[in-house]
Every structure is written in structure tokens, then in C-alpha cells.
Design a protein around this ligand. Structure first.
Ligand code: KG4
Ligand code: ZN
Length: 352
């Protein structure tokens, strides 16, 4: 059985995980930096990179301790090298290279966005591909046609803000603080999702792209039209209606585009990942849509939804094919769809 250590430092979570080639997660440690960034109302790249530098080694130590695996027992080191904040990514990439060299073991490079989809495969404990993959996070809103675990074809993406970013900005306008998603969801629970009308971009168009900047502006103007100051005091019942109506607009679009993607590809499996997938109202709406279509919905548990290193178990697929990363592996801030490389399996293992 092959053992892996994975490192994640793409944004504001310092994370390390230990797993095996049967996709059993032996440890999944995440040190959140939320408190460090809260007073700035968003992630400050410089602060994030420095915090990763301080925390990464203790986090790796903790993952090894929890798993009972010793460094010398590892068969490979995986790292998410793209996309993300470049200074933050560099901390994880450098540490992973150093470990791979010191242990004389292969280095594996995993795409953070694709790993969010792969989290569904890990949680399901069985093959989930081919499937439609939706990643809704703070930096990305992307739809994939996942032909297999390593063949991801881009179907659509946001043209401006990501869904999570829209939640965070809405929270700020509603005076709810950072990070916004969970706060907007909590506030929305007491509100009426039909109280205010908000735009839903491309809802009835066949294109599979998203746009949330118009919705954000509509929220800003609505708050002003109601006579309040964005970010200032808003009565609780009005704030709840604004949060619920805003959340519903985001959910309607996400659900509609997933339904269209399933329809257009003829697939009947939907894998959803990323921080926004933690939203219970979204999960329920996606479940309803999938049930109505006779499709299967896969959403990982919270620990695999928000940023973590265990989702880098996608590296097991690369390891089996011998697709190792070179030691001059770079940190790449922007998302570039990976070109699948067909190669001969070096390692044969039975999949779960
Ligand atoms: O995937 P993630 O942990 O980090 C990135 O890679 O961006 O996603 C973080 C995003 C944040 O924008 C946060 O506000 C959003 O996910 N989020 C939520 C919820 N929990 C986290 N959005 C809506 N509802 C939630 N319950
Ligand atoms: Zn993420």
C-alpha cells in the first residue's frame, strides 16, 4: 500500500493530509487563518504567505502524528500548485519539493480546482466519473465535464466574480463581516427569499457561464433604495430578507446551470465542491433538481468541501500513471485547464 503526504497553501488555509492509495484519509489537518484576515474584510496575500511559512511545518507534523505514519514510510509527496495566491502557493510548493528531494520520493502536482471535484470521489468511496463537476469557491465558479478522474473539460466559468466572492461582498454590504458565506446563510434562514427581486444572469440561455457582478451591484442599489447605507445599520428583518433574496438568486443560477450541463451532456451524475457547497439551502436545491432528473448528486462532507489537503488524494490517480512533477515545478496563480497526458501505468493497484 502506497502512502502519501499532501500539502495545501493556495489561499488562507494551511493544510496537510496523509492518505493511502485506497483513498483512505489517515489525517486531514487544517489551520485556518480566518482570524488574521477578518479585520481586513478579506484575505491579505502578504499576511497569508507569512502565516503559511510559520504554520506549515507544525501542520505537517500534526498530520503525520495523527496518521501514525513516519516521514520515511511515505511513497510520494503531493502539493496543490495551482491556482491561488502566488506567494501562498510558493510556500507549499517549496516545502513539497524539499520533502520529495530529502525523501527521494516522487513529487505530484494537483490542481486545486479539480481536487475540489475529486473530493466527491473520495467521499463516495466509489467511482463517480463521468460526471458534471461544479466548483463554487471564493475564487472560482466553474463547470466541468469530467470524463474520468483526470480528464476535465471546461464547460463554463464565471465571467467576473466567483459565487463565494459574491457571498463575501454581500455579507460586507449587509454589515455581517468576513467570511461572508456562512453569515449570509445564517441571516437568510430568517428571511423571505422572494421579498426582493434580484437579477439571475444567463438563466434561460444555453451558455454555461456565470456572472455575479450585476447581482452584487443590484444588492448595493437595493440597500440604498431602501434608505440604508451599505455596510451600515440595517434592521434585522430587512437584512434577513435581503440575505435570503440574494442567496436565492445565486442558488437559482447555480442549479439552473447544473441542470443545463446535465441535459446538454446527457450525464446523470453531479459532483459539487468548494466552500459554497457547504451552503445547506444550495445542497437542498441541487438535491431536488437531481432527484427530479433521476440524477445522482455527490457533495462531500464539510471537511472535504472547504479548502483542505485531503482532496489532493487526486494525486493517487497521477501516481498510478507515473505522472510525476519535475523538481522545477512552478506555482501558477491563474487557473489553466490541465491537458490530460496519456501514459503507461507504473503502479497497479486495485481501486476502491
Ligand atoms: O473553497 P473555499 O474554502 O476556498 C477557496 O478556494 O476559495 O471557499 C471559500 C468560499 C468563501 O467565499 C466563503 O464565503 C464561501 O466559500 N462559503 C459559503 C459558505 N461557507 C463558505 N458560501 C455560502 N454559504 C456557505 N455556507
Ligand atoms: Zn478552494
Amino acid at each position: 500500500m502506497a502512502l502519501f503526504l499532501a500539502i495545501e497553501t493556495s489561499c488562507d488555509e494551511t493544510a496537510a493530509a496523509v492518505f493511502d492509495d485506497a483513498l483512505q484519509i489517515r489525517a486531514n489537518v487544517v489551520a485556518s487563518q480566518t482570524d488574521l484576515h477578518a479585520r481586513f474584510g478579506g484575505v491579505v496575500p502578504e499576511v497569508a504567505a507569512r502565516a503559511h511559512l510559520q504554520r506549515l511545518m507544525p501542520v505537517i507534523d500534526e498530520a503525520l502524528r495523527q496518521s501514525g505514519v513516519r516521514l520515511c514510510e511515505l511513497d510520494a509527496v503531493a502539493v496543490m500548485n495551482t491556482p491561488g495566491l502566488v506567494g501562498s502557493l510558493l510556500v507549499g510548493v517549496s516545502a513539497a519539493k524539499m520533502l520529495a528531494v530529502a525523501l527521494e520520493k516522487p513529487l505530484l502536482a494537483v490542481n486545486h480546482i479539480e481536487a475540489h471535484v475529486y473530493a466527491c470521489r473520495i467521499a463516495a468511496g466509489r467511482d463517480v466519473f463521468p460526471a458534471i463537476g461544479l466548483v463554487v469557491s471564493g475564487g472560482h465558479t466553474v463547470l466541468f465535464h469530467c470524463r474520468s478522474a483526470l480528464e476535465f473539460e471546461l464547460l463554463g466559468a464565471t465571467l467576473d466574480d466567483a459565487a463565494g466572492e459574491a457571498f463575501d461582498k454581500a455579507a460586507s454590504m449587509l454589515g455581517l463581516g468576513f467570511p461572508g458565506g456562512p453569515k449570509v446563510e445564517k441571516e437568510a434562514a430568517a428571511g423571505n427569499p422572494r421579498a426582493l427581486r434580484f437579477p439571475r444572469a444567463f438563466l434561460h440561455e444555453p451558455r454555461l457561464d456565470f456572472s455575479f457582478s450585476g447581482l452584487k451591484t443590484a444588492l448595493l442599489y437595493t440597500i440604498r433604495d431602501l434608505g440604508y447605507q451599505p455596510g451600515g445599520e440595517i434592521p434585522a428583518s430587512v437584512r434577513a430578507d435581503l440575505a435570503a433574496s440574494f442567496q436565492q438568486a445565486v442558488i437559482d443560477v447555480l442549479v439552473a446551470k447544473c441542470a443545463q450541463a446535465l441535459e446538454q451532456t446527457g450525464l446523470n451524475r453531479l459532483c459539487v465542491g468548494g466552500g459554497v457547497a457547504a451552503n445547506k439551502t444550495l445542497r437542498q436545491a441541487l438535491q431536488q433538481m437531481c432527484t427530479a432528473r433521476g440524477a445522482e448528486l455527490f457533495v462531500p462532507p464539510m471537511s472535504l468541501c472547504t479548502d483542505n489537503a485531503a482532496m489532493a488524494a487526486m494525486a493517487v490517480e497521477l501516481y498510478r500513471l507515473g505522472q510525476f512533477a519535475p523538481l522545477d515545478l512552478d506555482a501558477i496563480p491563474t487557473y489553466r485547464p490541465r491537458r490530460p497526458v496519456k501514459s503507461t501505468p507504473l503502479v497497479t493497484t486495485t481501486s476502491t
